[in-house]
Design a protein around this ligand. Structure first.
Ligand SMILES: [Zn+2]
Length: 488
């Protein structure tokens, strides 16, 4: 049986327009035209066909007379489903998670006995209407997969999972994929459907494109991030390969998956909000019931000492109770390349302020009257070497994805914050130096000991700005002459 609260959520979030097979045309205020699914009639100048009232969420065809009293009724009639089946159909389309009680699951789908505590979320159906807006990712005449296709598929995502419902300037509803095949030319122009990199288009909470003012430009441009197929061909000034690239001057923005946008639009309560680095992780998490925003990089959580507006708006409007900043399993690691005689604590010293700032920003929000519990979490090191939530879901938990939100539940309530797959630390009231302790930044000895395997390979290295080395007996020593003399 589907719980009443879930049915309420489906009713609140679902719209008839999301299931319209063709493009709906605006007609007056809060009215749309579309092809009638029953008689296939599309209105012309003489007669109206299917007319949708977007406020009342009712539709009627003036050609054949069929009427629809809402999204559920629409799906029951057009897909010929009974009420519970229509609810499930819509829930899938809206990424709403249904936790059904075992006793009344319809006989149509005999589930395996109670092996998992939660039912798995099945693959979303191909959504009518989406075909028109799914980017043309395949070169004509071939079935070759684009890099964009592969990137999504590798994370267990489809274009249907991530599509956004937008209304363009003519009032036409369009479903847009935030991930598109494309590239950027030498003049920094974004080119869609050409090249074979991934473009990630940013949309705000109102499903409007996020705009920014490029450096030395007078016009605003929509924010598009790039995922290069070949990072080695795009290096920064130090020669490091660039995987993800934001346009210069774009500032820090938050990637918002559609499910979260809908929750916001309908002011639905969100108990727990996840913040992660990366767009795909946010999408993948949302798909499996962990409502998440994506940030561009761990140090992109805020500019000018404040949270991105979007996070603030979501927390306030959706009455978020807990926010978890989730880091990858390599959160504590040193840089991949370490150089003799140079600082080895650089990477941890970038992560620490990211988590500290995250806490500070959310504390500010608490002071403004939206009390939230603040957590810092990470994926535990695992045999599968899954780094992020998306890896974990794809590599370790395929077909059992619901175990992950359950594990977060467990960890949040556990005395030590330890789940099977994740570690969660409550940091709401934790002083900054205690946060630094997660990376052992207050104690060079402990830091060196923890990273001994890698540091041993270096002749000398700097921790906290001081040159040190491991002695032949494996003890950490200072290299500075001055310090040696002081020891006597
Ligand atoms: Zn009709």
């Amino acid at each position: 049986m589907i719980p009443e609260t879930t049915i309420d959520k489906i009713k609140a979030v679902a719209t008839i327009t999301q299931f319209i097979k063709d493009t709906a045309q605006a007609y007056g205020k809060n009215k749309l035209y579309a092809t009638c699914p029953a008689c296939q009639y599309r209105n012309d100048k003489k007669k109206q066909g299917l007319t949708i009232d977007t406020v009342k969420q009712q539709a009627k065809c003036f050609n054949c007379g069929v009427g629809y009293g809402g999204a559920i009724d629409f799906i029951m009639k057009t897909e010929k489903l009974d009420y519970p089946a229509a609810l499930r159909y819509i829930a899938k389309d809206c990424n709403i998670f249904i936790e059904e009680t075992a006793d009344q699951i319809p006989a149509k789908k005999p589930k395996k006995a109670k092996t998992a505590t939660l039912p798995k979320i099945e693959k979303l159906p191909v959504v009518p209407g989406a075909a028109e807006v799914i980017p043309v990712t395949k070169p004509a005449g071939t079935s070759q997969k684009t890099f964009c296709d592969t990137q999504l598929a590798d994370s267990g995502l489809t274009y249907d999972n991530i599509r956004i419902e937008t209304v363009d300037e003519t009032g036409t509803i369009r479903f847009i994929s935030p991930f598109v095949q494309g590239t950027r030319d030498q003049y920094q122009n974004i080119i869609e459907h050409k090249g074979d990199d991934v473009l990630i288009r940013y949309y705000d909470l109102e499903a409007k494109p996020v705009m920014y003012k490029p450096e030395k430009a007078n016009v605003m441009r929509p924010l598009v991030r790039l995922r290069w197929q070949n990072p080695a061909a795009h290096t920064d000034k130090d020669g490091n390969p660039i995987k993800y690239q934001s346009p210069a001057g774009s500032g820090s923005h938050v990637y918002i998956p559609e499910m979260l946008r809908r929750m916001y639009k309908h002011a639905r309560k969100i108990k727990r909000l996840y913040i992660q680095e990366g767009e795909k992780k946010a999408e993948k998490s949302c798909k499996h019931g962990m409502l998440s925003v994506g940030i561009m990089g761990i140090n992109n959580l805020g500019t000018n000492g404040r949270l991105p507006d979007e996070i603030q708006l979501i927390v306030q409007r959706c009455e978020v109770e807990e926010v978890i900043f989730v880091l990858d399993s390599d959160w504590q690691n040193l840089s991949e390349t370490l150089k003799n005689g140079q600082a080895v604590d650089t990477r941890p010293r970038q992560f620490f302020p990211a988590v500290r700032n995250f806490k500070e920003y959310l504390r500010t929000l608490s002071n403004l009257g939206s009390p939230v519990e603040i957590y810092f979490g990470y994926i535990k090191t695992n045999e599968a070497t899954a780094k992020g939530i998306d890896d974990l879901l794809c590599m370790v938990l395929p077909e059992r994805e619901t175990e992950l939100p359950a594990d977060f539940d467990f960890a949040v309530n556990d005395k030590n914050g330890t789940g099977t797959f994740v570690q969660v630390n409550k940091i709401t009231m934790l002083p900054d130096d205690r946060i630094a302790d997660f990376w052992l930044l207050n104690d060079a000895e402990k830091f060196a000991e923890h990273h001994k395997a890698r540091l041993k390979e270096l002749k000398e290295f700097k921790i906290k700005g001081f040159l040190r080395k491991f002695s032949e007996q494996g003890k950490l020593e200072m290299c500075q002459q001055l310090f040696k003399e002081e020891q006597f």
